[in-house]
Design a protein around this ligand. Structure first.
Ligand code: FES
Length: 129
């Protein structure tokens, strides 16, 4: 990963059709992922924002789910990756979960949160602020 100001992880988990849990993929996660990519490209935020597909973010009932994460650069770079990630989660938990996402929500999140630093409360499902 590069040193982006924000990272967006879009859950694209796909479960079997007979799964009782459902999954974000069946609710249009790939379209939401593409909408994030398109909006970031349109606003030329590629050097500040990194959009990635992720596995289950453990809020399947609110799919499609995406997490906006504001990494802290440079801390603990001398540690092994797994330990570094755990420490960052504990010490710098600036993570925001958005759910029930539509492409309109994506535009709002990119323009308000990623561009102006304002959390989009109406789409937010939890935070570790
Ligand atoms: S399948 Fe997307 S949050 Fe669980």
């Amino acid at each position: 990963m590069n040193s982006s100001q924000y990272r967006v992880f879009v859950c694209t988990k796909q479960r079997p059709a007979d799964s009782s849990e459902g999954c974000c993929c069946d609710r249009g996660a790939l379209d939401i992922y593409q909408a994030f990519q398109d909006e970031v490209d349109r606003l030329q935020l590629g050097d500040r924002v990194e959009v990635r597909k992720s596995g289950c973010l453990d809020r399947c009932e609110a799919g499609v789910v995406a997490m906006v994460y504001q990494p802290n650069r440079g801390e603990f770079n001398w540690l092994p990756t797994k330990l570094r990630v755990k420490l960052r989660k504990l010490l710098f938990p600036k993570r925001y979960l958005y759910g029930n996402l539509t492409t309109d929500d994506v535009r709002a999140i990119v323009q308000r949160h990623l561009l102006n630093g304002q959390v989009v409360r109406q789409s937010q499902i939890s935070t570790n602020e």
